[in-house]
Design a protein around this ligand. Structure first.
Ligand code: CA
Length: 425
């Protein structure tokens, strides 16, 4: 179960970070996914030869390159995983059930006790709450238990050669070679998950290079070994750099007043807390309001699910991984580790997530009906959500921006006249 949670975490990371695969209105995404020829060991070795000059141009020495890139292993199972993740879909409640399980909460509480002295130092040095550091550790590696055992160079070389997301992975491979060149770690101990994330808190090589710290002062930034000191300090440094505000919540679960205007939800509508209070939002279950700050309203499962008023610390966690499900999982796990109550409102568990095909179809139909999602890529981002809202408003249903099966069926049932254009060449 832990490994599954980690892989889901990686999937969310990728879903959030990577650029869209296709943007043209009629791009046959499915074909793009299926037609790429399978790779081979020989093919990857040829790719490595061509890659050498590009790596050297980025500061990798010939000695480092020739030593580390010799005998790299092609890992076809990683390519399969990478291609499948676009199709793989999970609802936020299924994700949260695993991410914020009773076991993970209990292990987080134990970790805070076991490493109390280290967390004291991290809070003092970085001004970042210990609970959020622990929550990221818990989600990324089950508090260090599942750090990944795949050689990072093999994983990154395979994915850079596979070419589907070549630019990103080639960049990370260069960064990994520069880490080895710096002497912080040797290649045989540079291990991680299948998409290149490494150590206790699953840093990608570029994040490691720019933000990892040597907290214990031994001269090496050691995030891979059993001792979590440098890794947790690196995560604290990362959050500090992302403007974490100590003592402020990431978000507060709220109740909305009768007749609430759902067009006010979403990250694009920021307002001071006083404005949200005036609009009638109340904290759920007697929680305290944040003392100050701007906030926006998050409805991760639409009008039928829980509502969260989210503050600047939400954006700080987003820099680690932009997927809403991940950010809410980190924030909520941190709260639960500190003894807070579970999320109170019910999730709409009778709904299922849309498949990749359905999301693409939905974007097509939105565009054909005059609600431009600015790209048909199967990814439901802010533009698609805005288009969904406009369609919902025009159809007289609650404009919560949630892409449900019901919404897709409404789109399919729109007048034949409007849909005729879909089938014309
Ligand atoms: Ca160190």
């Amino acid at each position: 179960m832990q490994m599954q949670a980690i892989l889901v975490g990686v999937w969310l990371a990728l879903a959030g970070v990577f650029p869209t695969l296709a943007t043209a209105q009629d791009a046959p995404l499915r074909a793009t996914l299926d037609t790429k020829e399978p790779g081979s060991m020989q093919g990857m070795q040829d790719w490595v030869k061509a890659f050498r000059a590009r790596a050297l141009a980025k500061g990798v020495t010939a000695e480092t390159f020739d030593t580390e890139m010799q005998g790299r292993t092609y890992l076809p199972e990683i390519v399969v995983k990478d291609r499948k993740q676009d199709e793989f879909t999970k609802t936020i409640w299924d994700y949260l059930d695993k991410a914020v399980s009773d076991d993970r909460i209990a292990a987080g509480k134990a970790a805070l006790v076991e490493h109390a002295a280290l967390f004291d130092q991290l809070e003092a040095r970085y001004n970042v709450d210990r609970a959020v550091i622990a929550a990221i550790w818990g989600l990324e590696s089950a508090y260090g238990k599942v750090r990944g055992d795949i050689p990072t160079l093999d994983a990154l070389t395979t994915l850079a050669y596979d070419a589907r997301r070549a630019d990103f992975f080639e960049g990370q491979l260069v960064e990994a070679l520069l880490i080895l060149q710096s002497g912080d770690i040797t290649a045989d101990r540079m291990l991680g998950s299948w998409a290149g994330a490494m150590g206790h808190t699953q840093f990608m090589p570029s994040s490691y290079r720019s933000l990892a710290v040597d907290f214990d002062g031994d001269g090496k930034r050691q995030i891979w070994g059993d001792d979590p000191t440098d890794a947790l300090a690196s995560t604290a440094a990362y959050l500090a750099k992302s403007n974490w505000v100590k003592g402020q919540p990431w978000g507060v679960e709220v109740t909305l007043p009768q007749g609430f205007d759902y067009t006010l939800a979403g990250p694009r509508t920021q307002a001071p807390l006083s404005t949200w209070k005036a609009r009638g939002l109340l904290p759920m279950g007697g929680q305290e309001w944040a003392k100050s700050g701007w906030a926006s309203l998050s409805l991760p499962a639409g009008a039928r699910g829980p509502a969260f008023l989210v503050f600047d610390n939400f954006a700080a966690i987003e820099t680690y991984n932009v997927a809403d499900a991940y950010v809410i999982a980190v924030g909520h796990l941190a709260d639960r580790i500190m003894g807070a109550a579970p999320i109170q409102a019910n999730w709409p568990r009778d709904l299922r997530a849309l498949t990749l095909e359905e999301r693409i179809e939905m974007q097509h139909l939105l565009g054909q009906n005059g609600f431009d999602p600015f790209g048909v890529d199967g990814k439901v981002g802010p533009n698609t959500i805005a288009a969904v809202r406009k369609f919902q408003a025009s159809a007289g249903v609650v404009p919560d921006g949630y892409a449900s099966l019901d919404l897709l069926e409404r789109l399919r049932a729109t007048p034949v006249q409007a849909k005729a254009a879909v089938n014309s060449p």
